[in-house]
Design a protein around this ligand. Structure first.
Ligand code: PEP
Ligand code: MG
Length: 543
């Protein structure tokens, strides 16, 4: 029977297809009876050998990239895998309860980690998380899965409680028709990813997730925020018609390819694209972006189980540079923390992660990680027009520190006779502090790119991840608009250019305002480029 649910649209457009329910790995350990105890124990032994192998290679990578002190954690985890009590518990549960290895590992993991958590000693307390980690690694190894076990066999509408950016990036983009999540907010990185992929998406959808929903046909209407399960024939036909009309509009926009971003009275602006990985490049070219204004490099780290090496990063940046054939590519250095969590960084849980240990703070603290990335970027700069930008800046001192690290990296490269190109270096303006000292910051850098997503959350004290606050959030708040104006004025006084790379840049109702302010560049998800061009070409700014 047809049922309609209300959500909040994170990206427009319509999708029609079958639902696939996404569940997290750790929810699917079932207790199963087994007869062959020996065979089950062997399954566990194999998984253990695999987990040891994985930890050994993580250790070696970490040793190279972050040094012995941080790598030691993988050594500790390997030792846990050999701990006699831990192993005895798993063997014993399989044998006495005649249950599957997965169940024995999950129960032992829970028991041991809660036992560690009650200990007085702080060091031992912290091991609680390691036991959990080791147990989860074992669970994936038993199922012989990589960290993601969610395979899409046909194009589907993904329905989930919530999706973390690291989960979203691992999905096969070709097979995702739409996202619908029960939680989440429109400014979250998962919503941003949906926009990058031009996939209709709803967040904050009021629906109870039941297994029965899998396989049912549904409509995701990103224009109205509706999620309709088992639509009747009449509605299906109507929506299909709207879908075709939208297709037609998109087709018409293609006629704007190759045209300038120029207003009727001759004011020009650069329209660049935001990307997260190589797979977004096709869309960048298809939508005729003038360059890449924000390459969220942290997605390279989120897609994997361990640090990307200098060489691996170099290959990616080089490919982007070559593909863009001389057009500007602004690579933002690693911006993890807050909602973008990477297990192997082992970041502690924080009370206020958005205001926590993240982005440039991590890079200036874990210099080796930072240097590895900078080396890869500078090496790639010989193959195209690459610029670097640093996230979450709050002070001039941070820029001095960055400059020291950059000088060291350049010296090392030059010692090894590596050629590098000319690299513009800029910063993101996404904290109120950076806005207020933008006159000072402008003297130190080549450009500013305003990150309105974070700038809005810090200015308005509205957590961008908190769905309850969506109704309090006014993206056009005068405070944020005044800040943008101030940044443009201060930047232009020092002769540098200013862009916007937050989601607000794509808001067509503000395009005129931004042009009036004198913004030099807007960097948006690729599907927004041509609609923006169409809007700009209709505007008259000076009169
Ligand atoms: C921003 O904060 O506006 C921004 C562009 O960066 P991110 O959304 O990745 O935090
Ligand atoms: Mg940001």
């Amino acid at each position: 029977m047809m049922k309609s649910y209300e959500g909040k649209s994170a990206y427009n457009g319509i999708a029609i297809g079958n639902i696939k329910l996404y569940k997290k790995d750790n929810q699917i350990v079932n207790r199963k009876h087994i007869d062959d105890v020996k065979k089950e124990q062997e399954r566990f032994e194999e998984a253990k050998a695999e987990a040891v192998k994985q930890l050994q290679s993580l250790y070696e990578k970490a040793l190279k990239e972050v040094g012995a002190a941080s790598a030691a954690i993988f050594d500790v985890q390997q030792m846990m895998l050999e701990d006699v009590d831990y192993l005895a518990s798993i063997y014993n549960i399989i044998e006495t309860q005649k249950v599957n290895a997965e169940y024995a590992v999950a129960v032992t993991g829970d028991n041991f980690s809660s036992m560690f958590a009650t200990l007085e000693d702080d060091y031992m307390k912290e091991r609680a998380a390691d036991v959990k980690d080791v147990s989860e690694r074992l669970l994936s190894a038993i199922g012989k899965k990589s960290s993601s076990n969610f395979d899409l066999t046909e194009p589907s509408i993904i329905l989930a409680e919530d999706l973390a950016p690291s989960e979203t990036v691992q999905l096969d983009k070709e097979k995702v028709l739409a996202f619908v999540t029960v939680r989440g907010s429109t400014n979250s990185h998962t919503a941003i990813l949906a926009r990058m992929m031009s996939i209709p998406a709803l967040v904050n959808t009021k629906i109870d997730l039941e297994d029965g929903l899998t396989g049912k046909i549904a409509i995701v209407n990103g224009n109205t925020g509706e999620f309709i399960v088992e639509p009747d024939e009449q509605l299906l036909a109507e929506v299909k018609k709207v879908q075709e009309e939208e297709q037609e509009k998109r087709y018409l926009l293609q006629t704007l390819k190759g045209k300038d971003n120029i207003t009727l009275d001759g004011q020009k602006i650069n329209l660049y694209a935001n990307i997260g990985s190589l797979s977004d490049l096709a869309s960048v070219l298809q939508n005729d972006a003038g360059g890449i204004g924000l390459f969220r490099s942290e997605f390279l780290y989120l897609e994997r189980d361990t640090y990307p090496t200098e060489e691996e990063q170099f290959q990616v940046y080089k490919q982007v540079a070559e593909t863009m054939a001389g057009k500007k590519i602004i690579i933002r250095t690693l911006d993890i923390g807050a909602d973008k969590q990477v297990d192997y960084f082992e970041l502690e849980k924080e009370e206020n992660p958005a205001m926590g240990y993240r982005a440039i703070r991590i890079c200036l603290d874990r210099i080796e990680v930072f240097k590895t990335q900078l080396k890869a970027i500078f090496r790639a700069s010989a193959f195209g027009n690459i610029a670097i930008m640093y996230p979450m800046i709050i002070s001039v001192e941070e820029i001095y520190k960055i400059k020291e690290v950059v000088a060291e990296v350049k010296a090392e490269l030059s010692k090894n006779n590596v050629t590098i190109g000319k690299v513009e270096q800029g910063i993101m303006i996404e904290t109120p502090a950076a806005v207020m000292i933008s006159d000072l910051l402008a003297k130190e850098v080549d450009f500013f790119s305003i990150g309105t997503n974070d700038l809005s959350q810090y200015t308005l004290a509205i957590d961008r991840m908190n769905q309850k606050l969506e109704n309090f959030f006014n993206p056009h708040h005068e405070a944020v608009l005044r800040m943008i104006r101030m940044v443009v004025e201060n930047g232009h006084k020092e002769g540098i250019w200013i862009g916007i790379c937050g989601e607000l840049g794509a808001d067509l109702s503000l395009t005129k305002t931004f042009l009036e302010m004198g913004i030099d560049e807007l960097s948006v998800a690729p599907p927004y480029i041509l609609p923006l061009r169409a809007e700009i070409r209709k505007l008259n700014i000076k009169n």
